[in-house]
Design a protein around this ligand. Structure first.
Ligand code: ADE
Length: 233
């Protein structure tokens, strides 16, 4: 591990991590602030990319091109897609997929998530990062972490029918708005990655109430896992 890129979409997802950086200096590219420094001795660059797939992809590409990251972690909140995952629980990515990418109308082989021209539909997370992230999450909240698929799209999911459709199409454990884009861009650059998410809501009709209530708690909890992960790398 030479340099870890840490990405969160919102300030609440990365600010606590930034507060713990030593030797911090920040630079701006494409209106994203990249803060370099050391986290418990590990060289890192931390950025708040903004919400959604395009912001996330831009951030990863800049981290690869201008900040020489060797590994990437995405930290943040997510909506649960399965009954076993409650608010505050964690998902560590086995892989990630787009739930809103479909070209099936032109070719039946292009099922949901398949980007035409790409050899994969699911972007696989790095095994070593995945095990280290799982171990860190287990330390913070024992027995409340699952490894599985993260489904991403440019949509806040708060409708049971939409939620069920995403589960049927992707088999994912949680949904959010950046992970697969970060995974896609990291994969295209040959950079190992993992996504860690804490559940803030159930991605159904309760989400509009739950999300604002639990967002900060879940984001901070996930940041704590990410920091612990960085300490062990
Ligand atoms: N992030 C947190 N909860 C979410 C949801 N329900 N849909 C999309 N992104 C989310």
């Amino acid at each position: 591990m030479n340099k870890l890129g840490i990405i969160g979409a919102m300030t609440v997802e990365v600010d606590i991590i930034k507060e713990n950086l030593t030797d911090m200096h920040c630079t701006e590219r494409a209106e994203i602030t990249f803060c370099e420094g050391k986290l418990k001795g590990l060289p890192v660059v931390v950025a708040q990319c903004g919400v959604g797939k395009v912001n996330a992809a831009m951030c990863v590409q800049i981290m690869c091109d201008c900040f020489n990251v060797t590994h990437i972690v995405n930290t943040g909140v997510a909506g649960s897609l399965c009954n076993e995952l409650d608010i505050g629980d964690f998902v560590v990515s086995q892989n990630a997929i787009y739930h809103d990418f479909t070209c099936q109308a032109i070719n039946p082989a292009y099922i949901v998530g398949q980007v035409p021209g790409l050899s994969v539909r699911f972007f696989e997370a790095d095994e070593a990062l995945r095990s280290a992230a799982f171990a860190a999450a287990e330390k913070i909240y024992p027995g409340h972490t699952r490894i599985g698929t993260v489904a991403s799209g440019d949509q806040f999911v708060s409708d049971k029918a939409v939620k069920n459709q995403i589960v049927e199409n992707t088999g994912a454990l949680c949904t959010e708005m950046e992970g697969a884009s970060i995974a896609h861009t990291a994969w295209r650059n040959g950079v190992p990655f993992v996504i860690i998410r804490a559940i803030s809501d159930k991605a159904d009709d309760s989400a509009q109430m739950d999300y604002p209530t639990f967002e900060a708690m879940a984001a901070k909890r996930c940041a704590a896992v990410t920091q612990l992960l960085a300490e062990t790398l």
